[in-house]
Design a protein around this ligand. Structure first.
Ligand code: B12
Ligand code: SF4
Length: 476
């Protein structure tokens, strides 16, 4: 059976990201004996035409659409990606009779809503390696309906909540086998690697439990190290980013993985998408440095107890400061990420967080998101309903945001603008949308400027100066 996997993501902000999830699906299908192709629409100039050509040439009997992002989650400049996906699915429905399933992070968050919007029947919630194989192996799609993770438009997605999460080591993604990684490497020479799946925390606004499950499921460190080693020899990449939900939890796994990397002497550098201040130790920081971690995102989201509590972060302001103390003299460049405008955020809590940002060392930067995307099935959704911010009929398919009722967005902007001692070290989510940043990334890579590129935010901010979101009015 011929299966076409299509990665629909074309977002370039803050950077293009190689579709490792779609590659994982393609590899699983191929290993199960399907004749599989992966079409990555990321850099395509005319995606509808490319899809039409692929349908004519390959004539797939099955199509697996990977939808990474439903929208950009940006309160100040919201954009949904779903209309573009609908254009693609419209073409497929018109020109092909292939059996279709959709999956990916965006779909896992709201499968039924996206199926409705696209007018399709089958989706996968969560990881798809086994689900997708069962779906295409089934005599009729209906026969796969009871399989863990499979959601049909007609049935309630709660059935899929019963899914058993798989061992994430059953298939290796082999990104280089499916994706033209060189194109991504031109924008920043870093490739994604996933060490584990899941998160056992329960933050108010978070969707990760729904995408990856509610408990930690580490991959075998030697399998991950093997994957990195293969990527080095096949692609020449020398820097890898761990895209785990929280890299330094659960205690012990990060250490085991990094020990394995050190033991193999992989001669690579590493970045981390996200780590937590919670439970961070001196020993952990030391092993991170020894293993070659040069940059990491850290996601306290606030440096004020009232906000941390209302976001259910599970750690305190003093733990945020303690982590900062441990990291300040290390060689790791940190990107401190904050979500401003959550429940109970007011002028006092904003000032506390700004006080923290003002004290970060010059090697570090801060990333500010203002307004929090309300996702279905989260604590934030329940709160927004209780507070009457959204009506019960709101599907949340299109971007919808929580913003504290204790401040207006414009008051928030004035507090931030007036409270930052040096705004050049701060990246605002909306400022990552400037198209010229892509060209800068490309030039930076050509000149072999060491990544991560966010560490040059001060130059970017100088260049953008008056055009920065901080210098424009913020409206609800
Ligand atoms: C790491 C990460 C980043 C890093 C990426 C670094 C890198 N080098 O790749 C950074 C910080 C750059 C980033 C940026 C953004 N991100 Co991000 N990111 C993530 C994160 C934590 C992990 C993604 C990942 O790589 N997972 C590992 C891969 C292997 O898993 P996967 O893609 O989910 O694939 C599995 C399943 O989904 C499934 N599957 C996938 N496709 C298919 C297809 C079929 C048919 C089937 C059956 C199954 C299936 O099987 C796969 C294997 O198990 C997720 C949250 C999460 N836990 O998923 C958010 C997430 C994907 N990001 C999100 C968003 C919004 C963004 C941004 C748009 C934010 C912004 N405005 O800047 C940008 C977009 C960047 C881009 N160009 O697309 C949202 C998407 C939801 C939404 N709102 O639509 C998420 C879910 C976070 C959230 N807010 O909930 N991100
Ligand atoms: S720690 Fe991070 S990934 Fe885990 S629930 Fe909280 S926000 Fe989500």
């Amino acid at each position: 059976m011929r299966i076409l996997v299509i990665s629909t993501n074309r977002e370039m902000s803050p950077q293009p990201v190689a579709p490792v999830g779609a590659a994982w699906i393609a590899e699983a299908l191929s290993q199960a004996g399907f004749n599989t192709r992966l079409l990555d629409l990321s850099f395509e100039k005319d995606p509808p035409r490319r899809v039409l050509n692929e349908l004519a040439e390959f004539n797939p009997e099955g199509i697996a659409l990977s939808i990474r992002n439903a929208d950009n989650g940006d309160f100040l400049a919201p954009r949904s990606f779903l209309p573009d996906v609908r254009e693609i699915t419209g073409i497929i429905k018109e020109h092909s009779s292939a059996r279709i399933i959709i999956g990916g992070p965006g779909v896992s968050i709201m499968p039924s809503e996206i199926l409705d919007y696209l007018g399709l029947d089958w989706a996968c919630m969560g990881e798809g390696e086994e689900a997708v194989v069962s779906f295409f192996n089934a005599g009729r799609p209906e026969d796969a309906a009871g399989f863990p993770g499979i959601v049909s438009r007609k049935s309630s997605p709660s059935g899929a909540e019963r899914r058993q999460w798989i061992r994430p080591d059953t298939v290796k993604p082999r990104l280089h086998g499916w994706v033209d990684v060189k194109r991504y490497l031109k924008f920043e020479p870093v490739l994604p690697v996933q060490g584990k799946r899941g998160c056992a925390n329960n933050c108010l606004y978070c969707t990760y439990n729904r995408i990856e499950g509610r408990f930690w499921r580490p991959r075998d460190p030697s399998v991950v190290a093997e994957e990195i080693s293969e990527l080095i020899s096949r692609t020449g990449a020398r820097t890898f980013e761990f895209v785990d939900s929280i890299f330094n939890q659960p205690e012990g796994y990060m250490e085991a993985l990094l020990e394995e990397i050190i033991r193999r002497d992989l001669k690579a550098k590493f970045h981390v998408s996200s780590m937590s201040p919670k439970g961070l130790t001196k020993k952990q920081v030391s092993i991170m440095v020894r293993a070659g971690i040069t940059a990491a995102g850290i996601t306290p989201e606030a440096a004020a107890d009232e906000t941390l509590n209302s976001l259910r972060k599970g750690f305190t302001e003093s733990e945020v400061y303690r982590a900062a103390e441990l990291l300040k003299d290390s060689s790791i460049k940190m990107l401190w990420c904050f979500l401003m405008g959550g429940p109970k955020e007011d002028a006092v809590t904003v000032k506390k967080t700004l006080g923290f940002i003002n004290a970060i060392p010059p090697k570090d930067k801060a990333f500010l998101t203002t307004g929090i995307r309300i996702y279905p099935h989260t604590g934030m959704h329940e709160l927004a309903l209780r507070e009457g911010i959204i009506p019960p009929s709101e599907t949340l398919l299109m971007p919808s945001f929580y913003f504290t009722d204790r401040l207006s967005p414009e008051e928030m902007r004035n507090l931030i603008k007036g409270g930052l001692k040096d705004s050049r070290k701060v990246i605002f989510l909306s400022d990552t949308n400037f198209p010229s940043l892509g060209a800068m990334r490309w030039i930076g890579t050509k000149l072999r400027i060491p990544s991560p590129f966010w560490s040059y935010a001060n130059y970017m901010n100088l260049m953008l100066s008056g055009r920065r979101v901080m210098n424009r009015e913020w409206r609800r």
